[in-house]
Design a protein around this ligand. Structure first.
Ligand code: FAD
Length: 477
C-alpha cells in the first residue's frame, strides 16, 4: 500500500461524536447512516489508499444533503463525496477519517425531453442505467466509459470524465447544461438550465465540472443527449507499427468522419493483459504490435459498412494493416465482446498485482515514444509490463506499468521524470482522471504558479474551512 501523506495536516479537524451520529440519523433516517462494514468505502478502486472513516451517510434528497453539509460545516467535520468509487487517483476515498457522503440513493431520473434530448436526473444515477434509459427513448449518453456499470453521473461530472465518445461528442463542459450544487455551508446553488445558449455572466457550473468534490456536492444534472443512430459497428485492426497507426487514423478520419464515434489504440501488451490475465480468446488469433479499435454509427448500415469495407481493403493493399475483424450490433453479444477487449484493459492489468497508472495528453508525434522511453528506463527494475493504450483521437495516452506489488523504486524511476517529459512537450499530466490525492503535488507540471494561486483562492471562497475533500486536487503549501 502506498500512503505517503502527512497525518499532521488533519489534527485541527473535529472528530465525529455519538451526538453527531444521532443528529445525522435525524436528518437522513436510520437507513442513511452506516457505522460498520465500511472497508469498501475506505479503499480506492486501485486498492492503493486506505482511509479510516467510521461513518457513511446516504442522503436521498438535496434537502438532506443541504442539512448534512450545514451541520458538518457548523461542527468543522470534514467529508469526502463518493459516487461509484471508480476514481483512479484516490479522489473518492477518505484519507483520514472524513465522513463519506455516498450519493447512490439519489438516483431518480426526473425527465427526458424527447424533442431536445435533454435529460434531467439526480446525480446518483449509474451511467449504464442512464444509457439504457435514454437508449430506449432513441438517444445515447454523450460519453461512455469502461466503468459505466459502477460510476454515477455526479462522479462523472466531478471528474469531467472523457471516455470513448469524446472524439465525436466532445467534453462534458459542452454537453452539461445545468447543475444543482450544495455548497460546503449547506447553501443550495440552483444552476439548473435546459438552455444550450446562455451568456449571462460567468458560467459557474463549469467550475464544478472537474472540481473532484472539492467545491460542492453536485446533486442534480441536466445534460444534452445526442440522437441514437440506428446501427453501430466496431472494427478491430492489427498493425505493425505506431507509424502505421497514425496513417490509419488520418485515413479513417478523412474517409469515415461522418460515422466515427471512437478511435482507440492498444499495444500488444495491453491486449495481452486482457487475453492472458482475464483468460479470453485472442480476438484475431494472430498477434501483432498494435491494434486500432474503431467504432462507427449511422442510420444507413449498408452504406456505412460498404464504406468501411472499402477503406479496409485500401488499408490492406497499402499494407498498413495485417488483419482485422468487425461486429455490428445486430449481433449484440459479439459486438459487446469485441468492445470489451478495449474496455477491460485496466481490469486485466490489475491482475498483475499493482498498476502504476498515468493518464497523459501528448502531441501525436511523441505520443507512443514515452512508452518506449519508459521501457528502457525501467528495464533493470522488477516491473512486469509497460503498456500504452488510449484515445488516440484525443491525444490521450494511458501509460500503465505493472509489478507484483507496489515498489517504491519503480515509482521513483517513473516520477517526476514522466511529468518533466510531459511538461517539455506541453502536454497534460492528467488528461482524464483528475489529480485527486495521487497527482495533486504535480500540478505545477501542467499549470503556471499564477493559475495555481487563483485555484487556491477559488477553493477558499467556496470552502473557507477546507472541510470538503481536503488535501486533494490542489498541492499542499
Ligand atoms: P467517484 O470515483 O466516486 O468520485 C470521483 C471524484 O468525484 C472524487 O473526488 C469525488 O469526491 C468526486 N465526486 C463524486 N461524486 C460527486 C458529486 N456528486 N459531487 C461532487 N463531487 C463528486 N475516466 C475517464 O475520464 N475516461 C475513461 O475512459 C475512464 N475509464 C475508466 C475505466 C475504469 C475501469 C475505471 C475504474 C475508471 C475509469 N475512469 C475513466 C476514471 C473515472 O474518473 C471514473 O470512472 C468516473 O468518472 C468517476 O465516477 P464515480 O462515480 O466512480 O466517482
Amino acid at each position: 500500500r502506498e500512503c505517503s501523506h502527512s497525518w499532521s495536516a488533519y489534527r485541527r479537524y473535529t472528530s465525529v461524536t455519538a451526538e453527531d451520529v444521532t443528529a445525522f440519523r435525524a436528518i437522513v433516517g436510520p437507513n442513511g447512516v452506516q457505522t460498520d462494514g465500511l472497508d469498501a468505502y475506505n479503499t480506492d478502486w486501485l486498492k492503493t489508499h486506505t482511509g479510516h472513516s467510521e461513518l457513511v451517510l446516504r442522503p436521498k434528497s438535496t434537502e438532506e444533503v443541504s442539512s448534512v453539509m450545514s451541520y458538518m460545516n457548523e461542527r468543522g467535520l470534514k467529508c469526502v463525496i463518493q459516487s461509484g468509487n471508480t476514481s483512479l487517483v484516490a479522489g473518492s476515498v477518505p484519507i483520514d477519517n472524513e465522513i463519506v457522503l455516498l450519493m447512490g440513493r439519489m438516483n431518480a431520473i426526473e425527465s427526458l425531453d424527447t424533442a431536445s434530448g435533454i435529460l434531467v436526473t439526480q446525480s446518483g444515477s449509474v451511467l449504464q442505467t442512464l444509457e439504457e434509459y435514454v437508449n430506449e427513448r432513441g438517444f445515447i449518453m454523450p460519453y461512455d466509459l469502461g466503468a459505466k456499470g459502477s460510476c454515477l453521473i455526479g462522479g462523472n461530472l466531478a471528474t469531467n470524465a472523457g471516455g470513448l465518445r469524446f472524439i465525436r461528442y466532445g467534453s462534458l463542459h459542452g454537453s452539461v447544461l445545468g447543475v444543482e450544487v450544495v455548497l460546503p455551508d449547506g447553501q443550495v446553488l440552483d444552476l439548473m438550465s435546459q438552455m444550450r445558449k446562455d451568456n449571462t455572466g460567468y458560467d459557474l457550473k463549469q467550475l464544478f465540472i472537474g472540481s473532484e468534490g472539492t467545491l460542492g456536492v453536485i446533486t442534480k444534472v441536466s445534460i444534452l443527449c445526442p440522437l441514437k443512430l440506428k446501427h453501430q459497428t466496431v472494427a478491430l485492426l492489427s498493425l505493425k507499427s505506431y507509424d502505421h497507426l497514425l496513417k490509419i487514423y488520418d485515413k479513417i478520419r478523412r474517409q469515415l468522419s461522418e460515422y466515427l464515434t471512437s478511435f482507440e489504440m492498444m499495444d500488444a501488451l495491453s491486449l495481452e493483459a486482457v487475453v492472458k490475465n482475464l483468460e479470453q480468446s485472442h480476438p484475431l488469433g494472430s498477434h501483432n504490435e498494435f491494434y486500432a479499435m474503431i467504432e462507427l454509427s449511422a442510420n444507413d448500415k449498408d452504406h456505412m459498412e460498404s464504406r468501411l469495407s472499402q477503406v479496409i481493403e485500401e488499408l490492406m493493399s497499402e499494407q498498413l494493416i495485417s488483419d482485422g475483424t468487425y461486429a455490428n450490433d445486430d449481433n449484440h453479444n459479439r459486438f459487446l465482446k469485441l468492445k470489451s477487449y478495449r474496455e477491460r484493459i485496466a481490469e486485466g492489468l490489475l491482475r498483475d498485482g499493482y498498476s502504476y497508472k498515468y493518464d497523459i495528453s501528448l502531441p501525436l508525434n511523441v505520443f507512443y515514444e514515452i512508452v518506449e522511453v519508459m521501457r528502457e528506463r525501467l528495464k533493470d527494475t522488477d516491473c512486469l509490463k509497460v503498456v500504452g493504450y488510449g484515445h488516440i483521437g484525443d491525444c490521450n495516452l494511458h501509460l500503465n506499468i505493472t509489478s507484483k506489488a507496489f515498489d517504491k523504486r519503480i515509482k521513483t524511476t517513473i516520477e517526476p521524470f514522466l511529468y518533466e517529459y510531459v511538461a517539455k512537450h506541453k502536454g497534460s499530466i492528467s488528461a482524464e482522471h483528475g489529480l485527486g490525492l495521487m497527482k495533486n503535488s504535480y500540478l505545477k507540471y501542467s499549470k503556471p504558479v499564477e493559475a495555481i494561486a487563483l485555484m487556491k483562492q477559488i477553493k477558499k471562497l467556496f470552502d473557507p474551512k477546507n472541510t470538503l475533500n481536503p488535501n486533494k486536487v490542489l498541492p499542499n503549501d
